[in-house]
Design a protein around this ligand. Structure first.
Ligand SMILES: *Cc1c(COP(=O)(O)O)cnc(C)c1O
Length: 432
């Protein structure tokens, strides 16, 4: 029987099997046919502590029976207040830089990024109304970035086959080269030049701090992140950190910006904010950006909302997640996992068919040396099937094999994962 479901990022014409998942626990998914899969990519980067964490599940059940949903324009509720206070307290800080002080809720990473861009332009628009400066609307981005799949988020992301059909709708941005090892100075010089452009002064620069996820798990140094933020600050260009993937301990610290001592002007968070249990996102801003929207003039308010803004059930899950971070040794767990992943990466890097090992915290990646690379080559689906047969949920990006497991994954499960990667290197390395 054919299903009416249209799956995301799925070519239905290839008729690849679509496994039915009936349950999940810890680092595993349970299949309808009785099999289990190790969730080596945290169900697309969202699951942090593990699936069905009892405290988060209980918070969801409890909140669902008390207050399920309500309008958030002009009304508030305790879970949203609690999570906002928690986010502001946890946000990255830097001496001499204003702290993130306000929290705007939405429901996905893409919308958190849209909100970030709208806040940035709203700030410059309202400042121009005051005669403070000219309205700025130009956005700078980093090459190979990914910020989501809505029109604005695609506009600030890398252009390619995955957004070609909508190219006419995407707005113009200034792209700064990725700071690949040895090319860092080019990145900084390009950013400096773009920020200093008097004809088109940028409103903001948006970056994925330290690791570019969908662009291929590309890692760059905290020193460059810090320098980029400093250049933006010198030129009064807002610095937007997209911590949607890197947040919640993924890179080894709560937020990646911490490793560079960077306090962004705007920060987008989503994915792991509820431990990966239910959709929620937030965009944090400094007081200056919030204040630019504050007036007795209603035309200056921030014109953005979605029906489920700050859904109480999602906020209760996020509050439980914050409590887990406060009360359990999550950081210790991540440190142990990071060390184990680093050792394993070093070991597999010796394989002649594997190249370009990289990683940070609970993220690692390695490239398969093969003639058959690129997003549309059939290597990635063949690898996916190869891992699936071995009980692993993996989703290679072209010829890049990456892992981003839930923090509860154990050593036996990691053995299975890395054995399978070596088998994949034996099987597919060098093949066309
Ligand atoms: C996943 C991701 C997004 C988009 O988040 P969604 O919740 O899928 O809309 C945005 N930015 C980054 C860096 C991401 O990894």
């Amino acid at each position: 029987m054919t299903s009416p479901v249209w799956h995301p990022f799925t070519q239905h014409g290839l008729k690849e099997p679509i496994p039915h998942v009936v349950g999940a626990k810890g680092a595993e998914l349970h299949l309808a046919d009785g099999g289990t899969l190790i969730d080596a990519i945290s169900s697309w980067w969202v699951t942090t502590h593990g699936h069905c964490h009892p405290r988060i599940a209980a918070a969801i059940a409890d909140q669902a029976g008390r207050l399920d949903q309500m309008i958030f324009a002009g009304y508030t509720h305790e879970p949203a207040e609690q999570v906002a206070r928690g986010l502001v307290a946890l946000a990255p800080r830097a001496p001499g830089r204003p702290p993130l002080a306000h929290v705007f809720y939405s429901d996905s990473g893409s919308t958190a990024v849209e909100v970030a861009l709208k806040m940035a332009l709203g700030y410059w628009h309202n400042r121009a109304l005051d005669g403070g400066s000219m309205a700025r609307a130009h956005i700078l981005v980093m090459e190979h970035s990914y910020h989501g799949d809505t029109i604005g988020a695609m506009s600030v992301g890398e252009r390619g086959v995955y957004n070609q059909a909508w190219a006419p709708l995407l707005f113009d941005v200034g792209a700064i080269p990725f700071p690949a090892p040895g090319r860092e100075q080019q990145t900084l010089a390009a950013l400096e030049a773009a920020c200093a452009d008097k004809a088109r002064p940028p409103a903001a620069f948006i970056v994925e701090p330290l690791v570019l996820g969908a662009g291929g798990m590309l890692v760059y140094s905290p020193a460059i992140l810090r320098e980029m933020a400093a250049i933006c600050a010198r030129h009064d260009v807002l610095f937007i950190a997209d911590e949607v993937m890197t947040g919640w301990g993924r890179t080894g610290t709560m937020f990646a910006c911490e490793q560079a001592g960077v306090a962004p002007d705007i920060m987008a968070v989503a994915k792991g904010i509820t431990g990966g249990a239910i959709p929620l996102a937030a965009t944090l801003s400094t007081a200056a950006i919030f204040d630019a929207h504050v007036s007795t003039d209603r035309s200056r308010q921030f014109f953005h909302s979605s029906s489920y803004t700050a859904n109480p059930i999602a906020c209760a899950a996020a509050a439980a997640n914050l409590a887990i971070w406060r009360e359990e040794d999550v950081a210790g767990r991540i440190a142990a996992l990071s060390a184990s992943l680093a050792r394993r990466l070093e070991r597999i890097a010796a394989h002649p068919a594997l190249d370009n090992p990289r990683g940070l915290g609970a993220i690692g990646a390695i490239d398969l040396r093969t003639a058959d690379a690129g997003y549309l080559s059939d290597l990635a689906p063949r690898l996916r099937a190869f891992f699936l047969e071995r009980g692993l949920l993996m989703r290679p990006l072209g010829n890049s094999i990456y892992w981003m497991p839930p923090y509860c994954i154990d050593e036996a499960q990691l053995d299975r994962l890395f054995d399978a990667i070596l088998s994949a290197a034996d099987r597919f390395g060098g093949t066309a």
